[in-house]
Ligand binder design. Sequence first.
Ligand code: URA
Length: 260
Amino acid sequence: MIQAQDYYAAKAMLDWQIELGATEAIGETPVNRYEAPAPVRPRPVAAEAPPEVAAEPQVDAVAVARAAADAAPDLESLRAAIEAFDLCDLKRGARSTVFADGRAQARVMVIGEAPGRDEDQQGKPFVGRAGQLLDKMFAAIGMGRDAPDPGAAIYITNVLPWRPPQNRDPKPEEVAMMLPFVERHVALVNPDVLVLMGNHSCMALLGRKGITRLRGNWVQALDRPTLPMFHPAYLLRNPVAKREAWHDLLMLQDRLRKPA
Ligand code: URA
């Protein structure tokens, strides 16, 4: 039984607490009201699933190039096929597509590396300083790109039809994707012999470099006799190597004099 005194004492205590601001009955767990309020967290939004992006189909640039090159029935179609080929990034930075120069009936087809600044500007292979030296070299054995006689004419192209930025070395994947066009180019011109100027052309067509060893030796490439030579740009930097280049030109002349 509650004593009247207990009742009044308890009520006085409750009144006192209400006066202090207590408005709720004490809960089961203590509340520390001095504690900093918990930060209001944004309600987690259900993470949206990323939109379904269709995986880009992988394009086989070499296969596309091969199909385009093989479909070209003549040199003009091949030029158009190269101009329409969009998978090589070099094209975007180049001013011109440098296809070829000289006589397509020539017995000798010269394959260089890639256009430089002058070639990019003029749209023709080997027209800068290296090209002028190349012309002098062939003129020394009575040959040239304008010679009316196919026996004295040369036809000139490059492994890459677009100038690499800052004339950097061609990348293997650039060479690989343009090689089908070079192969078709050679098949359409059908020269008696190929001359490969420098390491990059040798790497592209022979799968080998080391021009110092390769030069001056006949090898086979694309089913025809092929002579690797020092690149004329190398000869401009190393004039003493012109002696070897002269030797190689005489080898070429000798070969052309022999019956095919
Ligand atoms: N060097 C090359 O290999 N080709 C050119 O057309 C010009 C410079």
